[in-house]
Design a protein around this ligand. Sequence first.
Ligand SMILES: [Fe+2]
Ligand SMILES: [Fe+2]
Length: 274
Amino acid sequence: MEIDRRVFIASLGGTTAAGLLSDEAKADALEEYMSARLNEAVAAQSAPAAQQFPTAAELEAQIETRPTRRGVGNLFTARTGNVKRLDKLPANPRLVDFFTMRFNNTSNHCLQSATKALRSGMSEEVVLACLLHDVVQEIIKVDHGWWGAQLFEPYISEKASFAIRYHQALRFYADPANGYEYPDLYRRIFGRDYRPEPYIEATYQMVRKHKWYGEARMVTVNDLYAFDANAQVSLDPFVDIIGRHFKQPKEGLGYDNSPVAHMWRTIERPDAPL
Ligand SMILES: [Fe+2]
Ligand SMILES: [Fe+2]
């Protein structure tokens, strides 16, 4: 089987994340990657297009086949093998420290989204919302729009946190006029017959009439549903935008007594037993 090295490394979370893996963990990851590609190739040959995606009931039936739940944050479970030791954050940790040392599974995706937003001339608030929109998935995936907005709310504008909170609901609803189609990825991960929960539908109905609908919608438009393994991303183009729009507490994230300080400490110290 042909292995595209860049795609494989991207599947591990990028070069830095791959570099942290032991040789044994890399070998395990490669084996899992190859068998997943093989399964996909076999499925693509034998199934008609609509059948390539599971039903919601089929996904439900998989729950008891896993040691962890699907909503668990990336920091708390390893995709293959065991979790890795994390480097200690500097004193008074800043957002950029979290980006480089804790958001290992989400930063590439978020940087790609923010880069797309920057290149298409979006406002700095939308670029910032794109940059931050999924990083809370390091601690929890369930309702990540709401969790993510809460994590950032004390430090960014209300408009930017609105966009982060509601991108979660909007992504289930196409808006072709603004360049957003329902992604195939969701047919795969939620099931081809999935219908959003009533609270998501109600949220969508509220947000579509809101004055900041455009900001939340632009997070979904710049979201990426097919991973581009060739993209070269860097936090550098966003450092000034963070400086202008993110109120970095001088005590460091986690130590400013804000209502969400404990969430930052949880990201800093996910190995704490209690
Ligand atoms: Fe998201
Ligand atoms: Fe995303």
